[in-house]
Design a protein around this ligand. Structure first.
Ligand SMILES: Cc1cc2nc3c(=O)[nH]c(=O)nc-3n(C[C@H](O)[C@H](O)[C@H](O)COP(=O)(O)OP(=O)(O)OC[C@H]3O[C@@H](n4cnc5c(N)ncnc54)[C@H](O)[C@@H]3O)c2cc1C
Length: 308
């Protein structure tokens, strides 16, 4: 049994903390912000290996998919399976790893005659849909029920935690850029509008735009943007209107529906997702647009790295 501090209470910190405490370690989360005030709360959030790099991404996505399939059976978790339609235009380059990460036969081509105008290819698959507003507090409760402690505290350096534990799990998301001076961390800003709609529709995804439409319990999430190296977390009206216009081509109701809210968040992008041990620090950050998609695979790897 080790005394472990997990730095960060987003999806990366929470998934790592939960697996570690269930393995019998003594675990405390230390975090400046807790849900609902983390980047993880700004995710759409559906399973999609998107804007995350590294050889292990497909394996982590696969392991996470499997874990969410189990979580789906617990109603209070806020996780369910949803149909997703992924459309592409000729010449657009996107991750091809999806098929390898989902159950065999689950990645099905949509016949050409059923494609929306302007698209050359489409695929249908079932993916985990995560209601962040339910799932993140539920994970915190699970962790606390298992004896975990959560402390709200900002730290300026990982050294501050060294005397308090045997092992530090570093899950500070975008803040790793300053906390461990990792200049490979680049914000990939995304803007979202939440419409007051409750439609019976599949998730729509066009990565090249990017456009995504996700019907959740708290509204219809419509995105998005991919603004590289932009550090501000503000939305702008012109961009939001363009997002709504693009999405309305799929479902005209979106154009006239009223807005519940909008937000912008910074995807913590890195040229390679960092899950790595350095002496008594295990880093788990840089998941880009795939924090939820990779969480459980990465947390399992953290568990392995913590065992020696
Ligand atoms: C618009 C948008 C849509 C997205 N959609 C999806 C999606 O559909 N599917 C998907 O898989 N992913 C999606 N993502 C990506 C996903 O949100 C991120 O990859 C994920 O949230 C990263 O989680 P994290 O736990 O690593 O970081 P965070 O959620 O940012 O958590 C970091 C934690 O560290 C704490 N912390 C940081 N610095 C300090 C410090 N100095 N002291 C103490 N605590 C500190 C913070 O307070 C916070 O609790 C989306 C992101 C955006 C912005």
């Amino acid at each position: 049994m080790k005394k472990i501090i997990v730095l960060g209470c987003g999806i990366s910190g929470l998934s790592s903390a939960l697996l570690l405490i269930r393995e019998g370690h003594q675990v405390k989360i230390v975090s400046k912000e807790l849900p609902p005030n983390t980047t993880s709360n700004k995710a759409a959030a559906f399973w999609s290996p998107y804007y995350a790099e590294g050889e292990r991404v497909t394996q982590w996505a696969k392991e996470s998919y499997e874990e969410y399939e189990t979580l789906c059976m617990i109603e209070e978790s806020g996780v369910s399976m949803a149909k997703l339609h992924r459309f592409r235009k000729k010449g657009s380059v996107e991750s091809e790893d999806w098929e390898a990460a989902v159950p065999e036969g689950d990645y099905r081509a949509i016949p050409k005659e059923k494609l929306p105008a302007g698209y050359d290819e489409g695929f249908e698959l079932d993916v985990p849909l995560i209601e962040t507003q339910i799932f993140l507090p539920w994970l915190m409760d699970e962790f606390k029920d298992d004896g975990g402690k959560i402390e709200t505290r900002e730290i300026k350096s990982l050294d501050e935690l060294q005397n308090e534990c045997d092992l530090i799990i570093h899950c500070s998301g975008m803040n790793a850029r300053t906390l461990v001076n990792d200049q490979a961390m680049i914000p990939m800003k995304g803007q979202i509008v939440v419409m007051d709609l409750h439609l019976d529709i599949p998730i729509i995804l066009v990565e090249s735009d990017p456009t995504y439409i996700v019907q959740r319990k708290d509204g219809c999430i419509v995105g998005g943007t991919r603004e590289e190296n932009v550090f501000t977390e503000t939305t702008d009206e012109e961009t939001l209107n363009a997002i709504v216009d693009r999405a309305s081509k799929f479902f005209p109701e979106i154009k006239t529906a009223s807005r519940i809210t909008q937000w912008a968040g910074l995807r913590p992008y890195r040229n390679e997702v960092r899950v790595e041990r350095e002496e008594n620090i295990i880093h788990n950050y840089g998941h880009g647009g795939s924090g939820f998609t990779l969480a459980w695979g990465c947390a399992k790897e953290v568990l392995g790295l913590a065992s020696w």
